[in-house]
Structure formats: structure tokens, C-alpha cells
Design a binder for this molecule. Sequence first.
Ligand SMILES: Cc1cc2nc3c(=O)[nH]c(=O)nc-3n(C[C@H](O)[C@H](O)[C@H](O)COP(=O)(O)OP(=O)(O)OC[C@H]3O[C@@H](n4cnc5c(N)ncnc54)[C@H](O)[C@@H]3O)c2cc1C
Length: 416
Amino acid sequence: MNTENVDVLVIGAGPSGCVSASYLKNNNIDVKIVEKSKFPRYVIGESLLPRCMDHFEEVGLLEALKKQGYQVKKGARFLKEDKVCNFDFSKKFTEGWNWTWQVPRAHFDNVLAEETQKKGVPIDFENEVIDVSFDGSNSKTTVKDKDGNLKYINAKYIIDASGYGRVLPRLLDLIKPSSLPKHSSIFTIVKDINRPKGNEGTLITFDIVKTQVWLWVIPFSDGTTSIGFVGPTEFINSYKGSPSERLEEMLQLSTYFQSRFKGLPHVFEPKIIQNFSTAVKQIYGEGYILTGNSGEFLDPVFSSGVTFATETGLLAAKMVAKIIKGEPTNLEKEYVAPVQFGVDVFTSYVNEWYSENLQKIFFHQPENTEVKKKVCAVLAGYVWDKTNPFVKKHNRVLASMAHLIDLEVEQQQKEC
Ligand SMILES: Cc1cc2nc3c(=O)[nH]c(=O)nc-3n(C[C@H](O)[C@H](O)[C@H](O)COP(=O)(O)OP(=O)(O)OC[C@H]3O[C@@H](n4cnc5c(N)ncnc54)[C@H](O)[C@@H]3O)c2cc1C
């Protein structure tokens, strides 16, 4: 059987895998990617956060992306009944990128993969990892191509960036249930012929249509728009009929968007992802490291998935480069601690979103500009800036703020 040798094997050519492999190649490390699909391939996750621009820039993938004419995203808008809260990324506490993109992922990921190949990283498309065995940190990976032919890849280190494929978590029994409640989503892309003129395209909108249920609206530069509902799994499953019928009926929950999207042709039959939150027992072991969705996925509400994938992809590559070069590394301190901190911050925000404390803060009038700037930095993905009290004290600050708002409202009611 065909056997190859490589220093680092990256599983998956999504954003996490491409950022990892690009960094390694830039640092003269022998790296290759194996990718199960043929690109371009569809994947969900179209609204980016400014923070991920730092990662693409650092590994030299940004210039190619800039040429694609993707929809520029400058902020986020939250709607609930007649209330509106806008976040403008140029008004955020933490220094950094003020904008990013909303991208059709099939195209975007294909550009990333092509640029990664141009750097000299070989990508074996339509090659699926089906097994891995370890001898210390050296690994032997079994790969099956689309015709069913098998080959082995010997690697000194594996970066598992396989996203929802979760290759090593499955093979090494690392999967554990997420602490988050079971939520699901139904989504498609529509030809957005009724899109209003103006800055509508530059925002992602979150329309809270019901307690715990919200609709995302992500406009693209080609005139199509991604729409999707997220909510408790029983709620999503309570709608009957074909996926198109279910989505169409759910649209009636949105006073803001129902007339704009009603009856528009779907670019594809709506897809459903059930119980998307996942977690793992550990994010590294001897000879491997997990990045992006392969490790943890929380919730789509703050569009943090791709940014988390590129943040962890880059950091993991830095660790692996040191290991391959024989330099000292402390994965607990340099990888697990920062990754866990990011997960913890986003988990607090996800929990307080569904507890509705965060919504209280968003829609409170008059707006508190200082609070908004700090929350905006989190929404832009700058969740490692501990000078931001809304990052550092993430587990207390939101509940405390919401409590103060409750007291204020109570006081106002007494005075009336
Ligand atoms: C409903 C929903 C909405 C979302 N919306 C957003 C959003 O608006 N913004 C955002 O940033 N994120 C969003 N996300 C999250 C986003 O989808 C992911 O976080 C992101 O795609 C993760 O990137 P990745 O590089 O880790 O994995 P992926 O992009 O999934 O790439 C992994 C690659 O690995 C390959 N692979 C899998 N198995 C194997 C195997 N056995 N062998 C070889 N290759 C393999 C796959 O084919 C794939 O190409 C959303 C998620 C959900 C569920």
C-alpha cells in the first residue's frame, strides 16, 4: 500500500486547516492537508467577525480574499418586537479590525484552499481520514480516496481541523456532551430581491422572534441572503412538512422580515442541523491537537465559529511548529488555557443571550455608550482582551448589569 511521510498532517481544508497549514508552510515546516470533500463545497457559517482578519493577515491569506468582492460587514443589528440595537464595529473598546465580510462559504473556503496550495501546501481532496494509530507522538493515518483506494500517511504531528467531521474526537473517544441546551437550526439562501437600499447589506441581523428563538439574516454581495432560524430542538421540530414549508411557516414569526422573504425562491432546499453544540474531553494529546469545530462548537448566535476556528488553527500551528523544531512548549499554558478562556467568554455570552439578560442590556434605553463599546469588542471577536471588563469578568458582569436594569425599571414603575 502507498505510504507517505510528512512532518505535520492537517485533517480538513476549512478555514482552520488552511490557516494552520499556511502558518506552518510559511515557517518551512513540511505539511500536507487531506480533505474529504471536493471543493468548492457548501458549509454553514457565513458571517465573519473582525478578529479573524488578523489571522488571515498574519498567515498571508488576506490579500487574495480582498480581491473577491465579498459583502463588507461593519456591524450587527439586534431586533426584538419594535426595539432595535445596532453595534458598529468602529465603536468598540478593543483596538483592531473595524470590519469583516459576509461570505458564501463554498467560494470563500475554495479561495483559502487555492491560496494555501499556492504557498506549496499539497491538499489531497476527496481523501477521507478513516483511521489513525499512534506510536508515541508518531502517527499512522489511513486515508481512503473516492475510488476506495487506501494509503497511509506517517506524520510526526496531526492537526485535526475536520470541523463537523470531528475525526480524532470520534476515533479517540474524546467527545463529551456540551453543557449548552439542545438547540437546532433550519436555514437556506434566498434571492433577496426586496432587499432595501442603503447600509442593509453591511449588517448581520438577529431578529428575536420568540423567547429562545431567533432568525439570522446575512446579506451577500451577489444579491442573495442567508436566512436561518435557531431555537430549542423541540421548537424547530414542532414544525411539520418539508423543510421549505417549515421555514416558510416560521418566517411568519418575524414581523420585520416576513414580507421581505415570503415566497422567495430558495437557492437550495433548507437544511437542518440538529443539536449542533458539541464539546470534547481534551483538545490535545501525544502527537495531536484539535482546532476549530473539531474541538468545540457552542452556538451560532455571535457568529464566532470561523473566528474561533482560525484563532485556534493559528495558535495550534504555532505550538506544533515549536514542537517540530524541538523548542520547549507548554501546551496546557500556551494552548489549552487561552482556548478555554475564549470558550468560557463566549459561553457566558451565549448563556446570557438565552437567559435574556444580554437582550435586556442591548435594548435598554437610554443606551450606555461605554457598556456598548465593551460589548461590541466581544461581538467583534476580541475576547482575549482582558483589559475589557466585559471580557475579564464575563461570568458576572452581564447578570449584574441586567440586575441593575431590573432595579431601575422597578424604581421607575414605583415613581409612576
Ligand atoms: C446553524 C449554524 C450557523 C452558523 N453560522 C455561523 C456564522 O454565521 N459565522 C461563523 O463564523 N460560524 C458560524 N457557524 C459555525 C461554522 O459553521 C464553523 O464554526 C466553521 O465552519 C468551522 O470551521 P472549521 O475550519 O473548524 O471546519 P469546517 O469549515 O467544517 O472544515 C472542516 C473540513 O474538514 C473536512 N473533513 C471532515 N471529515 C474529514 C475526514 N474524515 N477526512 C478529511 N477531511 C475531513 C470537511 O470536509 C471540511 O471541509 C455556524 C454553525 C451552525 C451550526
